[in-house]
Design a protein around this ligand. Sequence first.
Ligand SMILES: Cc1ncc(C[n+]2csc(CCOP(=O)(O)OP(=O)(O)O)c2C)c(N)n1
Ligand SMILES: [Mg+2]
Length: 317
Amino acid sequence: MTLDPLAAYRWMRLTREVDETIRNLWLTGQGVGGTFNQRGHEAIAVGPALCLEPADVVAPMHRDLGAYLVRGMTPERLLAHQLGRETGPSRGRDANIHGCGDLDLNIIGFISHLPQSLPVAVGAAMAFKLRSEPRVAMTWTGDGGSITGLYAESLNLAALDQAPVVIIVENNQYAYSTPIEQHSANPDIAERSEALGVVAVEVDGNDIEAVHKASRKAVNRARNGGGPTVIVAETMRMLGHAIHDGFEYVPDHLLERWEARDPLTIFEQRAGEHGTTIDQLRAIDSDVAAEVKAALVVAQGSPFPDPATVTDGVWAG
Ligand SMILES: Cc1ncc(C[n+]2csc(CCOP(=O)(O)OP(=O)(O)O)c2C)c(N)n1
Ligand SMILES: [Mg+2]
C-alpha cells in the first residue's frame, strides 16, 4: 500500500482537530472524563493504521486517536464518547479513551496503559495464525510500557509463535513525569526488544512517510509468515500526560526542538516533494474544521444513557 500524501495529511489534521476540540470541551467545563493529549503523536497513530486491511485488528493505546479515526470510528462517535453520551462506543460508560473500542471495526477497546493491550493483540495474532487467516494485529505502547514485565512476556510469546503482530513503541521521552533516562537502565528500546527474539527497527515518529514505510514492511512480514516486528518511533509528548497535567517538569529546550519537528509542519515543508500544494493543504484544513464542528453539534445533541441501563454489559460483580 503506497502512501497517498493528501489522505495522510487529512487524517493527521483530523486527529489534531478532534484532539483540540476535546481539549476545549474539557477547558470549558463540558468534558465528562479526562483526556490524554495527542499533540505530536499524529504520524505514529495514522501512518501504521493506513497500512492495514479492514480484516486486520488494532489495539491502540491512549495516544492513538488517529488510529481510531483511520479505522472508521467517526469524529461524532469519538466526541460523543468524550461527552459521556449513549451514541459513543462505550454507550456513555466511559468518557476518556478507555473502553473506546468497536469490534465491528476491528478496534479492540483500550484496557489500560503499561501495556495491557499488548498481550491481547498478541493473542489475536496467535489466533489468526492458528486458524490460518491472513490477518495481522497491530498495537501501540509507550516507552514506559516497554519496561514492564507484560511487554517482555508478550514479545517473548509473539516471537516464540512467530505471531503476525506489529508493535509500535511510541518513545515520547516521558512516562507521565518520568524521563526515559530515569526509568530505563537501557534506554535503547529496540535493543531490549531484539533481545527477546523479535525484529526491531527505529524510525522518526514525526515523519509520516518514514513511519508508514516501516509499518508497511512490518505488516507485509507479519502477513507473509515472517513473525512480529517492533517499531520504535521517536517523538515527543508536546503537552502534559493528560489534560490535568501542567507538565512544568519538561524543559523548554526539548519542547522547542520538537515543536520545529511537528508532524504536520514537517509534512507541509515537504509539500512540493509529495506533489501537493499549500493551497490543497489549507483546503483540507478548512474541510476538516467544518467536519469536526458539525460532528460536535451532533455529539452535543445526543442523549446521555438511560440510568435504567446501567447494568447492561456487566457480566460479573
Ligand atoms: C496498569 C497501569 N499502571 C499504571 C497506570 C498509570 N499510568 C497511566 S499512563 C502511565 C505512563 C505511561 O507512559 P508511557 O508508556 O511512556 O506512555 P505515554 O503516556 O508517555 O504515551 C502510567 C504510569 C495505568 N493506567 N495502568
Ligand atoms: Mg511515554
